[in-house]
Design a protein around this ligand. Structure first.
Ligand SMILES: [Fe+2]
Length: 348
């Protein structure tokens, strides 16, 4: 197996007060990350933070655009401004910027005077997909967006969960999402089944994804049965797109019902993330509102545990924490992050 990847293109300056090491920031900034719901970016600019960088999102007739949240004139935040005539307008002096970040109008400038060429925003790559706005801070992304056709192909009820903020690192959250061992202990009020040993399982590893499958005894999701607590055997199929995008397909072999959860941890900083989630109920048994409510209850069970972890950064040196056979996925995830170049001192 080889892990050839596109060389990292970015050597952009680190954000002020960057909480990541320079090498980790350069690796992570070369990937796409969701930063907002599409529905959040309408007729006003929106300020977000990604990898400690302050970014303004603004919708023009060309689509959603992203730029450094700083006006080139006097350094004010553009997210305090407005959208007017299809342009991003600074709220301080009214400088207008188009979809490419080029200043196209300065209200105080006498008619016919040229606009200085230097009045051009630092723009970022921006895309809309799966109900999210995605940003890549590098000049060229190292990988494409995750491939999640069931969100878009009309195969079921699709629910976009309101993003939550966790005081944790992205990798700690991702490891938890893909950890089958914690389910009977943490998810006692939602889908956790009885305490059972975890049979050994294999993890499939490529240069961009990790995947594995496990048979799980889970509590029947109240959203599907309306009753409970009763238990059922389900097949969980996990797929993790590096570095922080996960999905799990939950299949009930007896009914063929399929339920999918998509989860991305977006790194606001090294120790703070925003969680973006979509749930797809392919059997259309549950209204979207109930899917959202159930997922938020699951999150509320997970967050206190993950936010309590010390250190808050995921140790990529496997000698730094103790592992059991059920941690196979966690071990492979840590190795994969180290292969990406994260954790300068990591040993795989
Ligand atoms: Fe969990």
């Amino acid at each position: 197996m080889s892990f050839p990847t596109i060389p990292i293109q970015t050597k952009r300056p680190l954000p002020k007060n960057c909480s990541f090491s320079a090498s980790d920031w350069n690796v992570l900034s070369s990937f796409w990350h969701p930063v907002a719901l599409s529905s959040e970016v309408k007729d006003k600019p929106v300020g977000v933070q990604l990898l400690d960088a302050l970014v303004v999102l603004y919708r023009t007739p060309e689509g959603v655009n992203a730029a450094r949240d700083v006006c080139m004139h006097r350094g004010a935040k553009l997210s305090l401004g407005s959208i007017r005539d299809g342009a991003l307008v600074c709220g301080f002096h009214g400088f207008h910027y188009n979809c490419e970040g080029v200043c196209v109008r300065i209200p105080a400038l006498p008619t016919g005077s040229p606009i200085p060429n230097k009045l051009r925003l630092q723009t970022y790559l921006c895309a809309e997909r799966y109900g999210f706005v995605w940003v890549c801070l590098a000049e060229k992304p190292r990988a494409s967006l995750p491939d999640w056709p069931s969100i878009e192909n009309g195969s079921g009820t699709v629910a976009v969960v309101p993003p939550g903020t966790w005081q944790s690192s992205a990798a700690r959250h991702v490891e938890n999402f893909n950890d089958i061992c914690h389910v009977p202990w943490v998810h006692t009020g939602t889908f956790g089944g009885p305490e059972t040993p975890i049979e050994p399982y294999d993890v499939s590893v490529t240069d961009t994804r990790l995947s594995f499958q496990a048979d799980i005894t889970e509590r029947v999701r109240y959203t599907e049965s309306g009753a409970g607590p009763t238990y059922r055997q389900a097949v969980y199929s996990y797929e993790l797109t590096l570095p922080f995008a996960s999905s799990v397909k939950v299949l009930d072999p007896n009914t063929s019902h399929v339920y999918r959860i998509y989860d991305i941890a977006s790194p606001v900083s090294a120790s703070c993330i925003r969680i973006f989630q979509v749930v797809v109920d392919e059997s259309r048994l549950t209204p979207a509102e109930a899917l959202i409510d159930f997922t938020m209850r699951i999150n509320a069970e997970d967050a206190p545990q993950v936010e309590s972890q010390s250190p808050d950064q995921l140790p990529l040196d496997l000698r730094d924490e103790i592992h059991i056979p059920a941690d196979r996925m966690s071990i492979e995830y840590r190795r994969a992050l180290a292969r990406l170049g994260l954790g300068a001192q990591a040993v795989s």
